[in-house]
Ligand binder design. Structure first.
Ligand code: SF4
Length: 455
C-alpha cells in the first residue's frame, strides 16, 4: 500500500538536476527508486513532498549555484500553500558530487535537508531515503524508466561504468564519485538496451567518466573479461538491426585503441562523433595535469581515428590557466587547436578545487590573464568550428527529431541531432518528434545547422 498523506495523496517527489550527463542519468535511477517506493512525480519543486537536489562539484561556480538554488527553493516551498504543505513528508535529499565534498556543511546549514547521499555512495540511495522517510514502502510499481525530460522519450543516457582511477590533478571526480572502477556486467547492459529499445528509444549514449576503461578492473584482476570494444561488438551483434544509434561519453586519450575504432567503424549504428578531451597542448602542463600522454601521442590518436573514419566529428575539452601555463605553453595549446581543427571544443578557466592534487600548487596565473587567454582560444576555435561547419553545407544527413527548436524564434521549427551529434533545425511539427528525417544542410551556425527535408 503506497505511503499517503493525511489527505490520502501519495507522497510526491521532484528531482532538480545540476551538472553532467551522468547526473542526468542518475536522476532517472533515483526517480525509478522513488516510484518503486510508491511515490508519484510532482509538477514542481515547490509542490513535491520529497525534493531531490542532484548536485555537481566540477567547479566552484557549480557549487555556488546549488547553494543559492537551495536557499531560494526552501523559501518558495515554505510559501507554497499547495496540498501536502502541512504533512510531515516534506523534506530535501541533497545528493551527488557536492554531497560528497560538502554534505555535512549543507546538513548543518539547511534544516530542511533530511539526508545527504554522496555520489560515491549512490548504491545507498534507497536505504538513505527510507531512513529519512520511514513511512515509504516498497511498492509493486512498473519497472520502467521514468521520463524526467521530454527528449528522453527518444534519447537516453545509460551509465556503463562508475568512478575513475586516472587522478588528473585538477579533477574532483575521483574524490566525489569514487577513485575506483565499477563496470556494469555486459548482460545487464544488453538487458537495459533491449528494454529501452522496446520502449521506443532511438538513441542511447553509453556514459562513464572514462568509457574506454570499461571492464578494466575485471581484466586487471582476472586477465580475462570484456573491454569497451568487446562491449560495442556485443551491442552491434545484438542490436544493429534495430532502429537505433549508439553514442558514448567520455573517452580518455590514453585508453583509445585501434581495435575500438575498428569496431566503431564496423557499423552505421555507432556514432560518428568522438569526444576526446586533450585539456592542454603543452607537454609540461599535460604532465602536471597527470594526463598520461604527450600532445604528439594525442595528435597521433586523432590521426588514427581520422584515417579509419574520415567523417568522424571531433570535439574536445580545454583548460586555460592551469598552474605552470606560461605564454609559450599557452601557444602550444593554440598550435594543437590550429593543427587538429576540432569541430567543437568546450573551454574552461582553471579553478582550483579542494580535495584535488593540484590544490597544493595554488592558482598562480592571474584571473585577467586567464580570461584573456580564454578569449583568444575561443576566438580561434570558433573560427575553425564555423569553417568546418560551412564546408558541410549541401551535405545530406539523417536527423533524429527531438522536439521544438529552442534556437529558432520561428514557429513550426523543430530540432534534432545527427549521428555526428550535429544539431539541425528545420521546419516540422510535433508529428516529427522521434522520427528520423532525411535532410540537406543549407546553412551553418556556430553550434547548429539549418536544414531542409529531402524526403
Ligand atoms: S579522466 Fe581525469 S578528468 Fe576525467 S574524470 Fe577521470 S580524473 Fe577526472
Amino acid at each position: 500500500m503506497n505511503a499517503t498523506d493525511e489527505t490520502m495523496h501519495p507522497v510526491s517527489y521532484y528531482i532538480r538536476t545540476f551538472g553532467c550527463q551522468m547526473n542526468v542519468a542518475d536522476s532517472v535511477d533515483y526517480a525509478r527508486i522513488l516510484e518503486g517506493l510508491g511515490c508519484v512525480r510532482a509538477e514542481s519543486e515547490e509542490s513535491g513532498d520529497i525534493l531531490v537536489v542532484n548536485t555537481c562539484s566540477v567547479r566552484a561556480k557549480a557549487e555556488e549555484r546549488a547553494v543559492s538554488y537551495l536557499g531560494r527553493v526552501i523559501q518558495q516551498r515554505t510559501e507554497t500553500k499547495g496540498p501536502g504543505i502541512q504533512t510531515g513528508h516534506r523534506g530535501i535529499a541533497f545528493v551527488g558530487c557536492m554531497a560528497t565534498v560538502r554534505g555535512q556543511e549543507i546538513l548543518k546549514r539547511f534544516p530542511e535537508v533530511r539526508t545527504i547521499i554522496p555520489a560515491r555512495e549512490l548504491d545507498t540511495f534507497k536505504e538513505r531515503i527510507l531512513r529519512a522517510w520511514p513511512e515509504l514502502k516498497e511498492s509493486s510499481g512498473p519497472d520502467t524508466y521514468p521520463l524526467l525530460r521530454p527528449e528522453e522519450k527518444f534519447e537516453r543516457f545509460l551509465p556503463i561504468i562508475r568512478g575513475c582511477i586516472n587522478h588528473c590533478t585538477y579533477c574532483i571526480v575521483p574524490s566525489a564519485r569514487g577513485d575506483w572502477l565499477v563496470s556494469k556486467p555486459p548482460d545487464e547492459i544488453f538487458d537495459e538496451v533491449e528494454k529501452l529499445l522496446d520502449s521506443g528509444v532511438k538513441s542511447i549514449t553509453f556514459l562513464g567518466q572514462n568509457v574506454c576503461a570499461y571492464g578494466l578492473e575485471i581484466k586487471n584482476s582476472t586477465q580475462s573479461g570484456f573491454d569497451f570494444a568487446d562491449l560495442l561488438s556485443g551491442i552491434r551483434d545484438r542490436f544493429s538491426d534495430r532502429d537505433v544509434w549508439f553514442k558514448f561519453l567520455t573517452s580518455h586519450p590514453r585508453d583509445v585503441t585501434e581495435y575500438l575504432i575498428d569496431v566503431i567503424a564496423s557499423h552505421e549504428c555507432f556514432s560518428r562523433h568522438f569526444h576526446l578531451p586533450i585539456q592542454a597542448g603543452d607537454d609540461a602542463v599535460l604532465e602536471r595535469m597527470g594526463r598520461g600522454y604527450k600532445s604528439s601521442e594525442y595528435i597521433e590518436t586523432i590521426g588514427m581515428i581520422r584515417r579509419k573514419i574520415p567523417e568522424m566529428r571531433l570535439s574536445t575539452d580545454l583548460i586555460v590557466g592551469f598552474p605552470g601555463e606560461d605564454e609559450d605553453a599557452f601557444e602550444h595549446t593554440l598550435d594543437v587547436v590550429r593543427k587538429l581543427r576540432f569541430d567543437q571544443a568546450f573551454t574552461f578557466l582553471y579553478s582550483s578545487r579542494s580535495g584535488t592534487p593540484a590544490e597544493k600548487w595554488a592558482d598562480p596565473v592571474p584571473q585577467d590573464v586567464k580570461k584573456q587567454r580564454l578569449q583568444i582560444l575561443i576566438g580561434i576555435q570558433n573560427q575553425i568550428a564555423l569553417e568546418n561547419a560551412s564546408s558541410k553545407i549541401g551535405e545530406e544527413r539523417t536527423v533524429l527529431i527531438e522536439g521544438p527548436s529552442m534556437r529558432s524564434s520561428e514557429d513550426g521549427m523543430v530540432a534534432g541531432r545527427t549521428r555526428e551529434e550535429e544539431v539541425v533545425v528545420l521546419p516540422g511539427t510535433s508529428d516529427d518528434y522521434g522520427r528520423r528525417l532525411n535532410v540537406r544542410l543549407i546553412d551553418a551556425k556556430l553550434r547548429s545547422f539549418i536544414g531542409e527535408r529531402t524526403d
